[in-house]
Design a protein around this ligand. Sequence first.
Ligand code: NAG
Ligand code: NAG
Length: 196
Amino acid sequence: MYTTIATLLPLLALAVAAPTANGPCRARKQTYVAKYDGLPFQEPGPNPIPPHYYGLGYTTFQIDQHDHFIPPTSGNQWAMAFGGSGNISVPDSPPKQTFQLESLSFACVSGVPQPECAISIWGWKASAKVINRVINFPSLDPGHLVGGYIMNKTSFSWEWRDLKSVGFSIARADNGGDMYGGLALDDVKYTLNFGC
Ligand SMILES: *[C@@H]1O[C@H](CO)[C@@H](O)[C@H](O)[C@H]1NC(C)=O
Ligand SMILES: *[C@@H]1O[C@H](CO)[C@@H](O)[C@H](O)[C@H]1NC(C)=O
């Protein structure tokens, strides 16, 4: 009797571990820093960011190159939402994926001079909870040398996890009016969670 059960156990374990043709699903995490360099860029555009660049899909954001006004933090390309708003999301399939947003470089790009810019950032979580944060990019005044302007950088708290999507939108910080410009992001660091 005992011998029979002992012989069966390894078989049962195998059956449980391999429920599908693709084998068992293992939850895992992977951290990326999206720099957008080396992605094909041609003028005239559009230059969409290919799906799914380091695991994420981009709405509105395009690949754009250094305009000799504000340099990208790394390399010569960044992600640009020309109208100032766009989303970055995990694909719908496989369904259990989420990401944690860790840090990014950002700039509002309207030319010089430009007013102080308020960037609203939303996080849509797998739980359907929505979180929100506003960061500012300073006003730019004339009189700086080329290279005198740089992107700013921010980190995100632990609250910015279990995300399905993040959205961005820009407005004038002083009166909520239109910036008439774009939002550039670079070195977007996040951790993808491949859940089961
Ligand atoms: C971003 O995603 C939100 C929520 O799904 C949606 O309401 C909004 O229209 C999207 N924005 C863009 C620019 O696609
Ligand atoms: C933020 O950007 C402005 C404009 O480029 C720059 O003058 C400033 O030094 C930056 N601040 C930081 C902390 O990087």
